[in-house]
Ligand binder design. Structure first.
Ligand code: GRF
Length: 199
């Protein structure tokens, strides 16, 4: 059985969707650990309620290299096959990425490379795009930048607010993150430059 590690900082709705798919067998894997850099993350409560192993590794005041070493040490005993960033609000160092080559995924609420970084839905509305969406990508040491595994588009309506657009995107996030995890775990893909060829 493949082993997932989930890294989060907040609400944890993507983690919850993944956990539901693990529980139903739609993702053939177990969740080995849920790690948060914020002790108050709601995602941790969800994990505890489900009886999953959790680890709180507070990042406040730590520099990136030191924190990432602590993260690597925290993850190692759980031997994850795949690390899923699910609202994990930290950039990872090159040293961390090297430790888990092509084994880290992230989800971002825009059609990358548009609107990377914080408040992607706000950025999309402010720019006036008519279509936005979400992206699951492999993680490298740059922000929202690694090879793209899956994307889903949603329309932007004239009356949208950040909340309504975010909700529409989130529904797709919950769907494609699990699909991307299934692909990544199955190994039925290859990376050719920036292109991830599935099948
Ligand atoms: C999601 O919009 C995700 O795309 C972004 O952070 C948000 C996390 O939401 N990276 P949740 O914690 O999974 O509910």
């Amino acid at each position: 059985m493949k082993r997932l590690a989930i890294l989060l900082s907040g609400r944890g709705s993507n983690f919850e969707a993944i956990a539901n798919n693990v529980a139903s067998g739609a993702i053939e894997a177990s969740i080995a650990v849920v790690i948060s850099n914020r002790p108050e993350a709601r995602g941790l409560d969800i994990a505890r309620q489900r009886g999953l192993d959790t680890l709180v590794l507070p990042s406040k005041g730590m520099d990136r290299e030191a924190y990432d070493r602590c993260l690597i040490d925290g993850l190692r005993p759980f031997q994850p096959d795949l690390i899923c960033l699910a609202g994990f609000m930290r950039l990872l160092s090159a040293a961390f990425v090297r430790e888990f080559p092509n084994r880290i995924l992230n989800i971002h609420p825009s059609l990358l490379p548009a609107f990377s970084g914080l408040d992607a839905q706000h950025q999309a509305l402010a720019y006036g795009v008519k279509v936005s969406g979400c992206t699951v990508h492999f993680v490298d040491e740059y922000l929202d930048a690694g090879p793209i595994l899956l994307q889903a588009a949603v329309p932007v309506h004239d009356r949208d607010t950040e909340e309504t657009l975010s909700a529409r995107i989130l529904e797709e996030e919950h769907r494609i993150y699990s699909e991307a995890i299934r692909i990544a775990l199955s190994g039925r893909y290859r990376i050719d430059g920036r292109r991830v060829i599935v099948g």
